[in-house]
Design a protein. Structure first.
Lengths: 319, 319
């Protein structure tokens, strides 16, 4: 199905122009009409143009009449723009059918749009890293993207990690770890929200952080040491955000380096620690994050979650 | 003047035992009675003992009857303990004359104590990095520590950085930069608070973040890229914290690495960006942070600030 895809750069400057081109060519080869924003390759310091340039690009994307507005890449830059984004314009464009897709730094935009308007955006690939990679783009990501385009991506299922070993359990102050493998439950009509843990947490306490009660919060991150992941989760915990959710769904946390000082402290330690502190179920291994194989997720959509032991299924139905 | 100094470990495990010993010997050589907490050298994963051990160590420090409770080192670990700290006990000990001294991860404790009790703690050295370093400990740090011990450290003066170059100014979207070098002003009786930017910001939105209006907020950080420093400052900005202060005082931000992708984006860019967004004065170069030459600062104390062009002076009088 031919779609009109608008490429723009709200965050970091595009440095890998080959990936940018490959991404465009691949989308074109799939029959799509690809429109590239006039400032998509702008560069000012580390940003894709100065603040006014990137802000205008976002608003051009909203006005483009395209089916999809896809970011060229993440990086850093959206947080700066949040007070000046015209949220009503964004919301109107979304209700007319525009699907905003992106991740990482884009979480700032998605979270703010949700807080300000409740409109749905998609957590998914960026052009460069998603479609522009050397070799073949990931099949699952592409299939999920196509499903979104056709309105057929109505959910996603995955298998959680096994519980961490008893050795880890002992290591945490002797607290007992409930056997969550056997947990089965069903959650209905919960708002799915989340994205990059660092970017999301950096909005806590600001007008761009939505007050979601009874939601399903999904989180991923890249190049953050587990102790930093724990500190951010602790902030969300102490702020009461986690306990207000019906489920916390952890995606992929990648590219960090443990050190000799850690002596066994690792990501599983953090998950276990968190589970001891809240009754809200904490799921693992959602195929989403800074990895090739990732699903697309509708941020702000009402979603059902079924969990049967390690198997989990998110269903949002027809959007 | 001989003082009783209690050494304990609320955060990371002490790995550099030589520095630990040297620090104790130096304090003893200055005539002080040094008491070492029973768990000061405990180690569990990356922590100085499990959560219960570190929590008990904090409470033993409060009960020690010492003049000063000095952390062995920073690291990570206090954030986890905040809900279980007995704040009344801490506050009572402080009012009886105990001076809690520390920095970095210790900012979590200091900020929470301020939020929960209003009691004053000292931002200053840790044992290992401060007194235990190879060679001679920094003279200014030692003099400030002695002044605190004797109740004679009644203020600190320093010289701010020159304004960044006009080149930087142009780089920021053409906005004009007010000539702050010539600014002179005086602020009276403002609560001094702050510490490590990352640790402080990680408490925003939680019950451990104090609601200080008309204060003087000082900040430092280590190994955080300027774009991350900006993102944290932005969070404090959007949350309304910065504009509620009478001054923001930036200390030393050290040990980060710029990359080719930054193309001129640097710490000065962040300072300039911030100054364009708030009317609150933003001062620079406070001699405090992850550096040897650092002053001691009373977190929670009423403080006067005089600024005359680049010269700044904080005065808290007799505490």
């Amino acid at each position: 199905m031919k779609k009109h895809i608008y490429i723009y750069s709200p965050s970091g400057a595009v440095r890998d122009k080959a990936a940018f081109k490959r991404g465009i060519q691949r989308l074109q080869a799939q029959g799509h009409e690809v429109e590239v924003d006039e400032a998509a390759l702008a560069s000012q310091q580390r940003f894709a143009g100065d603040d006014a340039t990137r802000l205008a690009a976002i608003h051009r994307a909203a006005d483009s009449g395209a089916d999809v507005a896809l970011i060229s890449r993440g990086g850093y830059g959206l947080t700066r723009l949040l007070p000046d984004i015209r949220y009503k314009k964004i919301s109107k464009a979304i209700h007319k059918g525009l699907q905003f897709v992106g991740m990482s730094d884009f979480t700032a935009f998605q979270t703010a749009v949700l807080a300000k308007t409740g409109a749905i955006t998609w957590a998914g690939p960026a052009l460069g890293e998603g479609f522009g990679m050397e070799g073949t783009p990931d099949e699952i990501m592409e299939a999920c993207f196509d499903d979104m385009l056709c309105g057929q991506g109505e959910g996603t299922g995955w298998r959680q990690l096994r519980q961490s070993s008893s050795e880890d359990t002992k290591a945490i102050a002797g607290n007992s770890d409930p056997i969550r493998d056997s947990d089965s439950f069903f959650i209905k009509d919960a708002v799915l929200w989340g994205g990059n843990l660092t970017v999301l947490t950096a909005l806590l306490g600001t007008p761009y952080f939505p007050d979601i009660k009874g939601g399903i919060l999904f989180l991923e991150d890249v190049a953050e040491h587990p102790y930093r992941i724990e500190r951010m989760l602790t902030q969300l915990l102490y702020a009461g955000v986690l306990k207000r959710q019906k489920a916390i769904v952890l995606g992929q946390f990648t590219d960090f380096k443990l050190t000799p000082h850690d002596r066994g402290f690792k990501l599983a330690t953090v998950v276990q620690w968190l589970r001891q502190r809240i009754a809200t179920p904490v799921l693992t291994n959602l195929p989403y994050g800074h990895v090739q194989t990732k699903v697309l997720l509708p941020v702000g959509a009402k979603t059902d979650l079924s969990v049967d032991s390690r198997d989990a299924l998110l269903v949002w139905g027809h959007l």
